[in-house]
Design a protein around this ligand. Structure first.
Ligand code: ADP
Ligand code: G6P
Length: 472
């Protein structure tokens, strides 16, 4: 039977060492949490890195067997590959460039060469598993070369590619020394998907200007075949988040957390530690808000969860220090014996805790400088069991295209964020409910299952169309 092979750099679980034993934990990040709900059907398989160096053949064997039971297959990366392909080219070259932080980007030939080599390693792992009728779905910027590598090995196979982060404008993308090779890598796909129409438009413009292929209604005609480029805004597993938020246990926990905070109003922010998330800018806005509206001092608390991410990369280390310093300064300035303006937690939390925090919070602050989609804001909306609550959302997140009932802000405009905080904290409940229920309808309808079937249907359509083009 034909199967779906999902390929991404990171698997939806990551290995951790506990008391000398290797255990699996759920991975954070939108790709893993979003697709984590759907890959286990039938013979489907997910190929990716388990998040740790595993060198000993015995351990590799054990990890492989354990993952196999859960429909996963590991690609073991070496220390050098982690340093140069993952931390290096993926997260010090591509990530900053694609998020419009090109001043942070490093351009090093050695990192590029290891990126090519690691993509080849993923290609070999996939080719070993793929049958002629299987569909291969490649995910994200760590594997931009994989579609064309697979095409070379398996010329007739069906390949979809989805990019979870923004695609920058041509003027930014062209800064990359390897721009042509990267685009050619992606063009090995039959279908290339992005979260938003703008990402798709930027990609098509780069393909046109750098590789010289024009497009018509998203179709690019190569000499050998045609491929389609389209946008597919990713959703969440709505029923999962809505269902768990409604449970008695989550309600009980939400009450306990809330009582412990000694605040009339609670705001929540949940992010990976990343400069694209606008965490310092949000803290500046909150500090300014407390100074401008002193009547909220002692009354509103921001619960800020930051999950450690890419902590070997220099810019992430610097950001961690900046956040620690700002949180300390703001708490030092405004706290009193019974109240802290910010409750800051630098760690990952299980779903039940996250759900209780979403359910408890009157306001969610999602203020990235740039974000492909952002699933946290959708998780918050899905968790509002009584339709109260206000979402403050950055215009720079892909999700803002769908969630126009949020209070939309530009994260560079601190004064606008200050006023948005005031508006959110004083919004009457009946108005909150109007906006929240409208956002819930959208997220419920365009959920993760809808997203997967839209992508897969379009991929099948491309294959049929390719056949009819070849015979006409
Ligand atoms: P990104 O993919 O850039 O990290 P998203 O908002 O799309 O951003 O996805 C983040 C995912 O990681 C969400 O599903 C969120 O629930 C999860 N997450 C973020 N921070 C934490 C945390 N502290 N504990 C547990 N899960 C977290
Ligand atoms: C974003 C990226 C994913 C990545 C995730 C977590 O969601 O789009 O590809 O997996 O961040 O980052 P990490 O570097 O820990 O995999």
């Amino acid at each position: 039977m034909a199967k779906l092979i999902i390929v991404s750099n990171r698997l939806p679980v990551k290995l951790q060492e506990k008391e000398g034993e290797l255990i699996f934990k759920t991975s954070e990040g939108g790709l893993a949490t979003g697709l984590g709900s759907i890959y286990k059907e039938g013979d489907n398989i997910w190929i990716g890195w388990p998040g740790q160096v595993v060198e000993e053949p015995e351990k590799q064997k054990k990890v492989t067997e354990d993952l196999k039971k859960e429909n996963m297959l590991p690609v073991f990366l070496t220390e050098t590959e982690i340093k140069e392909y993952y931390e290096g080219f993926s997260n010090e070259t591509l990530w900053p460039t694609f998020h419009y932080f090109s001043q942070y980007a490093v351009y090093e030939q050695q990192l590029w060469e290891t990126y090519v080599q690691a993509n080849q390693k993923f290609c070999d792992a996939v080719a070993e598993q793929a049958g002629p009728d299987d569909t291969i779905w490649v995910h994200d910027y760590q594997l931009l070369l994989l579609p064309s590598m697979l095409r070379e090995k398996l010329p007739d196979c069906t390949i979809g590619f989805f990019q979870h982060i923004p695609f920058p404008s041509y003027e930014v993308f062209r800064l990359l020394p390897w721009r042509k090779e990267l685009l050619e890598g992606m063009l090995g796909s039959d279908l290339v998907g992005f979260h938003t129409y703008d990402d798709m438009r930027h990609f098509l413009s780069s393909v046109n200007r750098i590789v010289g292929h024009g497009s018509m209604h998203g179709w690019i005609n190569l000499s050998s075949r045609s491929l389609l480029v389209d946008s597919f805004p990713m959703g969440i597993d709505y029923e999962k988040y809505a269902g768990i938020a409604k449970t008695e246990e989550v309600g009980r926990r939400a009450n306990i957390y809330r009582n412990n905070l000694h605040a009339e109003k609670v705001m929540i922010a949940v992010d990976r530690l990343d400069y694209s998330k606008g965490i310092p800018q949000r803290l500046d806005a909150f500090e300014k808000f407390l100074a401008k509206y002193p009547e909220f001092q002692g009354k509103v608390t921001l619960v800020m969860l930051v999950v450690p991410s890419r902590d070997e990369v220099e810019k992430y280390k610097e950001l961690k220090e900046e956040i620690d310093e700002k949180v300390g300064r703001i708490n030092g300035k405004f706290s009193d014996i019974n109240w802290n303006p910010i409750q800051y937690f630098y760690r990952s939390y299980p779903l039940e805790t996250l759900s209780a925090l979403y359910r408890m919070a009157d306001v969610a602050l999602v203020t990235p400088m740039r974000d492909g989609m952002n699933l946290v804001c959708k998780e918050y909306v899905a968790s509002r069991h009584d339709q109260s609550g206000v979402l403050i959302l950055s215009e720079m997140a892909g999700a803002s295209k769908e969630l126009s009932d949020a209070i939309l802000i530009n994260p560079n405009d601190i004064n606008q964020m200050v006023e948005a905080l005031h508006e959110a904290l004083t919004m009457p409940e009946e108005i909150q409910k109007v906006h929240m229920s409208s956002m819930q309808e959208t997220i419920k309808r365009y959920n993760i299952h809808h997203w997967v079937s839209m992508f897969m249907d379009r991929l099948s359509y491309v294959k049929i169309k390719q056949l009819s083009m070849a015979t006409s």
